[in-house]
Design a protein around this ligand. Structure first.
Ligand code: 6PG
Length: 247
């Protein structure tokens, strides 16, 4: 978010209302586009309610599941069946309950010889899907991106002060040291890729996000503030996370 881009925010009563609104937003964006679609999902705990909401009517029936390819903004370098694994969370909350083809789920690998090798493998997968090795600003990689906001203002696994903040060439990089739990090595998409989306939204829930959200609104140079979008970038927030000063 930058000064020239308005802070577009919708505030919902609570986490459940946030999930309901986010599901309606995501469905609307996907339904409007049609054809083959790419959605980039965030990990963490906040989006779990959204993912679960998509497994219930009307979305369970009306969502164009066969058309959508699902990607991830980051992953913890743990086994796929580890409870800290973002793709595992998403499978249990969403993919295991709806008609998504296995080949449409593009999980970030974590079992390669090194995080760097896993990051390179995912970069190759993204480029293979995109069909080019360089991002064209007029042809975003993702149709929709769902982002999270960490208590320290990070997003994906791009933490404050991280070398990943300055990465402009690689699409995916390893992160040796996470600055927030879980403290395991990570793999993250870089800012140019996180911003290569036709539309995007941050989901921000809970009182522990009031402080980073207030800093974001005040224009602090947080990693989350560096995420762009080719189109609208919204903040879907619950009341608990909304700073008093901004309400
Ligand atoms: C992760 C996420 C991370 C997350 C924020 C917020 O792998 O943890 O990608 O960026 O979105 O840390 O996490 P919560 O939703 O759990 O607060």
């Amino acid at each position: 978010m930058t000064a020239e881009r308005p802070f577009e925010c919708v505030v919902l009563d609570d986490a459940e209302a946030l999930a309901e609104h986010a599901a309606r937003w995501l469905f609307g964006e996907v339904e409007a586009r049609g054809g083959r679609l790419a959605v980039c999902l965030t990990g963490g705990s906040t989006p779990e309610r959204l993912y679960a909401r998509l497994t219930r009517p009307p979305y369970s029936r009306s969502f164009p599941w066969p058309c959508v390819h699902w990607f991830f903004s980051d992953e913890r370098c743990v086994a796929p069946d580890d409870e800290r694994n973002n793709a595992r969370m998403t499978r249990r909350a969403l993919f295991d309950h709806v008609d998504v083809a296995a080949e449409n789920i593009h999980a970030i690998p974590t079992q390669g010889p090194s995080p760097a090798a896993d990051a390179a493998a995912y970069e190759a997968e993204l480029k293979g899907y995109y069909g080019a090795a360089r991002l064209d600003p007029d042809r975003p990689l993702f149709d929709v991106a769902v982002h999270g906001l960490g208590k320290d203002g990070h997003t994906a696994s791009i933490f404050p002060g991280s070398p990943a903040l300055d990465e402009s060439e690689r699409w995916v990089v390893p992160v040796a040291q996470a600055r927030q739990e879980p403290y395991v090595p990570r793999i993250t998409l870089t800012l140019p890729v996180l911003g290569s989306s036709r539309t995007a939204a941050f989901l921000v829930s809970g009182a522990d996000k009031r402080e980073p959200l207030a800093r974001l609104i005040a224009g602090a140079a947080l990693p989350a503030a560096r995420v762009g979008s080719a189109g609208r970038l919204s903040f879907i927030v619950d009341a608990a996370a909304m700073p008093e000063t901004a309400s």
